[in-house]
Structure formats: structure tokens, C-alpha cells
Write a protein that binds this ligand. Structure first.
Ligand code: GLP
Length: 241
């Protein structure tokens, strides 16, 4: 695991965008795994700005997002599909049909796992971008999720509902379930890039980097992956026992 410590969230966005843009420039048909949340916003802003100034071509790039809230669709401004269009897709020349997210209308794990098949049919994910939950979740894989999990319908923990309530009008509006790529789906990516910023991520970052590997901290599964880069800012790197 390669750990890069930067000053703040802005810097993390710049360094992360550089890694992703280099991949897209090297291979115009790159398959990217993308993430939502507030952490990747500076990274997406940097991608948009550099795409414009350097005329980077996204027309052959394919993306797969990690997760979607159950029951939400593109019409809901809290949905992750809405977020991705607003924060990234609407500002670069990516083809809409090349951007994939799990559907919020999936009702069974039999349907959910087809997302992994779709990823496989595209040759797998070249680089998966990840944020980090306060409780160590990646995607929406909460503590206790088996490491061999594939895309499925998952229950959100109280702490995740609490943490994500800031994006909704009131806490009771936060869906209690989501469709998330599993930990195995994430581990199947050829490269992983995790970004974590802010003091509230420090404990999860500590476990992510130092282990022990355990289902209690889902992010520790990444210690088993051979190509992981972690970008943290000084606050996220400040855990003291
Ligand atoms: C959500 C998402 C995760 C994300 C996490 C952290 O629960 N499902 O993919 O990494 O929140 O979000 P933030 O970056 O806003 O702290």
C-alpha cells in the first residue's frame, strides 16, 4: 500500500486527479470505478478543469460507480446518479451510455449481482476510486460485511445514516438501504485509489494502513490488494490512540 500524505482536501483532489488523468491519457478506453460523497468533489473539479485546459478525451472511457441508494432514481437530487452527472459527467465529453451505476430500483440480489457481470464483460475495472466511511466502510459495505461479497442490497448502519443525513432535508429522508458493489467486487479492480480527508476519518485511516485485517473495519480488506494508493490529508493522518 502506497500512502501519500498531503496538506489538505484540495491537494488530495489534485494528486488524485493526476493519477486518474494519467491513466485516461495512457489508455483512452480506461474503465474507471467511481465514488460519491464529499471527498471526491475537489478531485472531480480538478478533473473537469484539467480536461478543459488539456482537451482530454473521455469519449471512450467507461465508468462504474460503487453504489446507489435503494429506491432513488435519476429524478431524485439525492441519488448518486444525479450527483455524478452534476459533479462530473455533465462537464466532460463522456458518453452517457458509458456511465454505469447500480439501479436504485433493484429488488433482489439476483438482479444486483448482474452489475458484477457487466463489469466483467467490460474487461474489469482498471482503477477503482474509493472514499472512506467514518466506520471504515468502502462503498456501502458496512462493518461485518464478508470480504467475498459481490454487488448486493445492503442495510446502512445508524452511524452511516447519521453521517449522510447532511445531504438530505431531514434524517428520516435518508434511505436505510443501498445497492453496493461488494468488497470482492472492489478487490477485483486492477488498481485502487482511496482518498480520505478530515479529522473524522483519522481512526478509519489508522486501521486501513495498520490493520489488523478484520471485517470490523471493512477497509482493511485493501491490505490484501497488491496495488493500492491511499491519499490522506494531514487531519486524516492524525490518529492518536
Ligand atoms: C458514503 C458513500 C461512500 C463514501 C462515504 C464517505 O456512505 N457510500 O462511498 O466513501 O460516504 O463520504 P464522504 O466523502 O462524504 O465523507
Amino acid at each position: 500500500m502506497k500512502v501519500i500524505v498531503v496538506k489538505n482536501a484540495q491537494e488530495a483532489g489534485k494528486v488524485g486527479a493526476e493519477i486518474i488523468l494519467n491513466l485516461v491519457k495512457e489508455n483512452s478506453k480506461t474503465v474507471l470505478g467511481l465514488a460519491t460523497g464529499s471527498t471526491p468533489i475537489p478531485l472531480y473539479k480538478e478533473i473537469i478543469s484539467r480536461t478543459n485546459s488539456e482537451k482530454i478525451d473521455w469519449s471512450n472511457v467507461t465508468t462504474f460507480n460503487l453504489d446507489e441508494y435503494k429506491g432513488l432514481t435519476e429524478k431524485d437530487d439525492q441519488s448518486y446518479v444525479y450527483f455524478m452527472r452534476k459533479q462530473l459527467f455533465n462537464h466532460i465529453n463522456i458518453e452517457k451510455e458509458n456511465t454505469h451505476l447500480p439501479s436504485g430500483l433493484i429488488n433482489s440480489n439476483h438482479e444486483a449481482v448482474k452489475y458484477d457481470e457487466k463489469i466483467k464483460n467490460h474487461g474489469g475495472i482498471d482503477l477503482q476510486l474509493l472514499g472512506l466511511g467514518i466506520n471504515g466502510h468502502v462503498g456501502f459495505n458496512e462493518p461485518g460485511t464478508p470480504f467475498n461479497s459481490l454487488t448486493s442490497i445492503v442495510n446502512l448502519t445508524e452511524s452511516t445514516i447519521e453521517a449522510n443525513a447532511r445531504f438530505f432535508e431531514k434524517k428520516s429522508d435518508v434511505p436505510t438501504q443501498a445497492i453496493s458493489m461488494g468488497l470482492q467486487s472492489i478487490m477485483n479492480a486492477k488498481k485502487i485509489l482511496l482518498v480520505a480527508t478530515g479529522k473524522n476519518k483519522a481512526e478509519a485511516v489508522h486501521y486501513l494502513i495498520n490493520g489488523p485485517i478484520s471485517e470490523e473495519w471493512p477497509c482493511t480488506v485493501l491490505l490484501n490488494h497488491k496495488d493500492v494508493t491511499v491519499i490522506v490529508d494531514e487531519e486524516a493522518n492524525s490518529y492518536k490512540k
